[in-house]
Design a protein around this ligand. Structure first.
Ligand code: HEM
Length: 90
């Protein structure tokens, strides 16, 4: 299995909301995904999906569909892991 390599802080994640022309990233259970390629396929629609954009969407996700196997679905979209602000170096 491949190890996620990028360490991403909340403030970095916040930059990846899809505004300003960036891709859309979302954290789920400590892992950060680029959901850009997936967003048009989301059965709940883009608007719903984007409620979790640029942040930790774990709670929202779990409220709506805890049974959805996002880890398999988004395997190829894994960007890295969510870390504390002071844990980026090293
Ligand atoms: C439906 C995937 C994030 C809201 C679904 C379904 C899948 C899915 C597979 C169909 C579920 C089913 O019919 O059993 C994902 C993935 C996500 C994600 C992979 C993460 C990247 C979110 C977020 C929200 C959301 C953050 C925000 C609240 C919804 C809603 C539906 C839905 C409302 C229901 C659509 C309907 O049945 O009318 N999603 N979802 N999803 N999703 Fe997501």
């Amino acid at each position: 299995p491949s190890t996620p390599y990028l360490k991403i802080t909340r403030s970095q994640l916040k930059q990846m909301s899809g505004r300003k022309g960036t891709d859309v990233w979302m954290a789920l259970n400590g892992k950060v995904y680029n959901i850009e390629p997936y967003k048009e396929y989301h059965p709940g629609g883009i608007g719903e999906l984007l409620r979790g954009s640029g942040k930790d969407g774990t709670k929202l996700f779990g409220e709506v569909h805890p049974w959805v196997n996002y880890e398999t679905m988004l395997q190829a979209c894994l960007v890295g892991v969510l870390v504390e602000e002071n844990d980026v170096k090293g």
